[in-house]
Design a protein around this ligand. Structure first.
Ligand code: SAM
Length: 231
């Protein structure tokens, strides 16, 4: 009995050590390639381990800088893209955030960690993924997230306005309801385009919506729904 317990414990320590080495290598790579520059985002990456959000069959690749399949032909986003989008969105404690496209909820959990006393609403259109996301989030004591089944292209008017909005699927154009639900001086980030997209960061100002920055050559799965691509 005790022998079995010690064996399991040693095995777990060995696995955690393996993940820690892989995470350190990933963080060094993201720092060197300037995809990761912010200490708070690094802390989120360390406290919200990606291997808790991937499927068992993908565990060996949890810390490689690539998107991985989850289910329903969707992917958990590439770490470099998650760090860049999170940094651009400039999350502050206490904010209200809307995320469209929960997927595995890894990005959701990172936002939740950074927003502290704030709240994250995340919408996903596949019920299987909502279940997967909720199971993944339950592994952490994050009590400021709401995962909602629905069409995220409509936003979530009942909790608006949002200080920050992140769309994690490719849009032909940013859905109008999401721009309407953004708070004054709020930021919204989204990949915009067809087969290849530009990551675009916009701000709502008294003079209207202005572009803060944009960068080309990103590839995301499409945003579907009423104000997204029609399937
Ligand atoms: N950030 C997620 C993660 O780390 O696991 C990955 C998001 S994945 C790239 C994009 C997600 O957007 C998919 O799970 C897809 O089902 C979802 N999606 C696409 N169109 C949607 C819509 N209209 N409403 C809600 N979710 C949508």
């Amino acid at each position: 009995m005790i022998k079995n317990y010690i064996y399991t414990l040693l095995n777990r320590i060995k696995i955690e050590k393996k993940y820690n080495i892989a995470l350190n290598n990933l963080i060094n790579y993201l720092r060197d390639s300037k995809f990761l520059n912010d200490d708070n985002v690094e802390s989120a990456f360390r406290n919200i381990p990606r291997h808790e959000f991937v499927q068992t069959s993908e565990l060996d690749r949890a810390y490689s800088n690539e998107p991985l399949s989850i289910m329903k032909n969707q992917t958990i986003s590439q770490p470099g893209v998650v760090s860049r989008m999170t940094e651009w969105l400039d999350i502050k404690d206490g904010q209200k955030i809307l995320e469209i496209g929960t997927g595995s909820a890894w990005q959701t959990a990172i936002l939740s960690y950074l927003v502290g006393t704030g709240t994250v609403y995340s919408i996903e259109r596949h019920s299987e993924l909502v279940k997967f996301a909720k199971e993944n989030l339950e592994k952490f004591s994050l009590n400021n997230t709401h995962v909602i089944l629905g069409d995220g292209s409509l936003g979530y008017p009942q909790a608006s306005p949002f200080d920050r909005i992140m769309i994690t699927a490719a849009c032909q154009e940013i859905p109008l309801p999401l721009l309407e639900q953004l708070a004054d001086n709020g930021l919204i980030i989204a990949p915009v385009g067809d087969s290849s997209q530009s990551l675009v960061l916009l701000k709502k100002t008294p003079k209207g919506i202005i572009e803060i920055k944009s960068q080309s050559h990103y590839i995301f799965v499409p945003l579907l729904g009423k104000f997204g691509k029609k399937n």
